[in-house]
Write a protein that binds this ligand. Structure first.
Ligand code: ATP
Ligand code: MG
Length: 374
C-alpha cells in the first residue's frame, strides 16, 4: 500500500513522488480530470476507480487548489485521508482568502468585491486610481486579471462581474514569498524569505535567500503561522508578499508546495517537497530548516530542453516531460553556490546555454544579484 495520494498529475506531484522515494515514502498521483492513476513518478496511466483506490491511502493531498465541483475531489473529500478540508474549501476563493487575512489582521492590499461596472467608480474612490481586478476562482500565472488605471476601466467582460474582486495595485520594492510547513504537532518550520521576479503575472526566477529582506523574516513567520494555525493546516503553505512602503503585504496564499520553493531541492537541507511529506505523514523534523549558501531558480517556459543543463557543475535541471506549449512551465533550473560571487559566476556560465528569452531573464537576475553585493 502506498503512503500518499496526490490529486493532480502535474510537476508538483511528480517532484513530491521523487522526494518521497528518498525516505521510503511512496507517493502515487491521480489525474483530477481523467481519474487515471499514475504510480510514483511513472507517466503510465492506469484506469482504475479513483474513489475505490483513494480509500487505500492514509493521506490524500493535492498539488493544486482550484478543484471546486471536481467530481473526483467531491468523492475524495469524504475519505478520512483527505487533508485540510477547511483550507481546501476556503483558500481557493480569493474573496474568502482576503476576508480571512482581514479577519486575522494580516496586512494585505485593500480590496472589495466587484459585482457591477458601476462599482468601479466607488472602488477608485476607496482604493485609488491604479487597481487590479482578479477572478475569485481559477486564476494562476496572472490569468483572469485586468488592470484599471486612471484612463481605463480594464475592459472587464460583463459576465465576470460577481466573480471578481478588485484590489489596490501596490507599488512594491520587491516581491517575496515565505514557504513554511505546519506539522501535525502544530510546530511550524520555515524557509528563509525568497525574492521572486514576475513578468506578465508569471514567476520567472527566484533568488534565495532574499538577503535584503532578512529583517522581515520574523514578521513574515508570525503572519504565516497565524494563518496556518487558524485553519488548523498541516503541510506546506506558501505566502506571496509585497515588500512595500506600507510594510509587508500578503498578496496570496497557496495551500501546497509552490514554484518559488523549488530552489530548496538543491539549496536547503530539506526541500519543500520533503517538508510537505514529513508534515502530512506525521514524521518529525529534528533539525532546523536552513539554506545551504545561495540559490537561483530559473523557470523554463515554452522552450526546448538543452542537454547542456545536465553537465554544468552546481546546476540542477528538472524537466517535467510535459508537451510543449507557448508560455507553459516545462521545467526549471536550480543554481546553488556557497556565496554570492560564486552564484553570480555560475549564473553567468549558464548564459550561453539559454535561448534569447531565458538569457534576458538570467541577465536581469544577475543584475539583481550584483546589486546585492554593493
Ligand atoms: P499565481 O500563479 O502565483 O497563482 P495568480 O495569477 O494567482 O498567480 P497573483 O499572484 O495574485 O495571481 O498575481 C500575479 C502577479 O501580478 C503578482 O506576483 C504581482 O507581480 C502582480 N500583482 C498581483 N496583485 C498585485 C497588486 N495588488 N499590486 C501589484 N502587483 C500585483
Ligand atoms: Mg501569485
Amino acid at each position: 500500500m502506498s503512503d500518499v495520494l496526490v490529486v493532480g498529475a502535474g510537476q508538483l506531484g511528480l517532484m513530491m513522488a521523487s522526494a518521497g522515494a528518498r525516505f521510503g515514502i511512496s507517493v502515487d498521483r491521480v489525474d483530477h480530470v481523467s481519474g487515471e492513476l499514475l504510480p510514483g513518478t511513472s507517466s503510465v496511466r492506469f484506469a482504475e476507480d479513483p474513489l475505490e483506490r483513494g480509500k487505500t491511502y492514509p493521506v490524500i493531498t493535492a498539488e493544486l487548489e482550484h478543484l471546486l465541483g471536481n467530481p473526483l475531489v467531491e468523492g475524495l473529500k469524504d475519505l478520512d485521508g483527505w487533508l485540510n478540508p477547511q483550507t481546501m474549501d476556503l483558500l481557493p476563493a480569493r474573496d474568502q482568502q482576503k476576508a480571512l487575512l482581514d479577519q486575522l489582521d494580516v496586512a494585505t492590499s485593500a480590496w472589495q468585491e466587484l459585482t457591477s461596472p458601476k462599482q468601479i467608480g466607488e472602488a477608485r474612490l476607496r482604493l485609488g486610481s491604479d487597481l487590479i481586478v482578479k477572478s475569485i476562482r481559477d486564476g494562476y500565472d496572472g490569468k483572469g486579471q485586468w488592470i484599471i488605471s486612471e484612463h481605463s476601466n480594464g475592459d472587464i467582460p460583463a459576465e465576470a462581474f460577481g466573480n471578481i474582486i478588485v484590489e489596490k495595485k501596490i507599488p512594491f520594492e520587491r516581491e517575496l514569498s515565505l514557504i513554511g510547513a505546519r506539522l501535525q504537532s502544530g510546530e511550524c518550520v520555515y524557509f528563509p524569505l525568497v525574492e521572486n521576479y514576475h513578468q506578465h503575472g508569471m514567476l520567472r526566477y527566484t533568488i534565495a535567500p532574499a538577503e535584503k529582506a532578512k529583517h522581515l523574516q520574523p514578521e513574515a513567520e508570525v503572519m504565516l503561522q497565524k494563518i496556518m494555525k487558524s485553519l488548523d493546516y498541516v503541510g506546506v503553505m506558501a505566502m506571496e508578499c509585497f515588500d512595500s512602503s506600507q510594510g509587508l503585504l500578503v498578496n496570496e496564499l497557496a495551500p501546497r508546495v509552490h514554484n518559488s520553493g523549488h530552489w530548496s531541492q538543491s539549496g536547503a537541507n530539506f526541500s519543500q517537497f520533503d517538508l510537505h511529506l514529513f508534515a502530512i505523514t506525521g514524521r518529525p523534523i529534528n533539525q532546523p530548516v536552513k539554506a545551504n549558501g545561495m540559490s537561483v531558480m530559473l523557470n523554463l517556459i515554452g522552450c526546448e530542453l538543452n542537454p547542456d543543463w545536465y553537465s554544468l557543475p552546481g546546476i540542477q535541471c528538472w524537466w517535467y516531460g510535459k508537451s510543449w506549449r507557448e508560455n507553459r512551465k516545462l521545467g526549471h533550473i536550480n543554481i546553488t553556490a556557497y556565496d554570492l560571487p560564486a552564484l553570480i559566476s555560475k549564473c553567468a556560465e549558464l548564459l550561453p546555454t539559454l535561448d534569447d528569452f531565458h538569457r534576458q531573464m538570467m541577465n536581469l537576475c544577475i543584475e539583481n544579484l550584483q546589486k546585492k553585493s554593493v
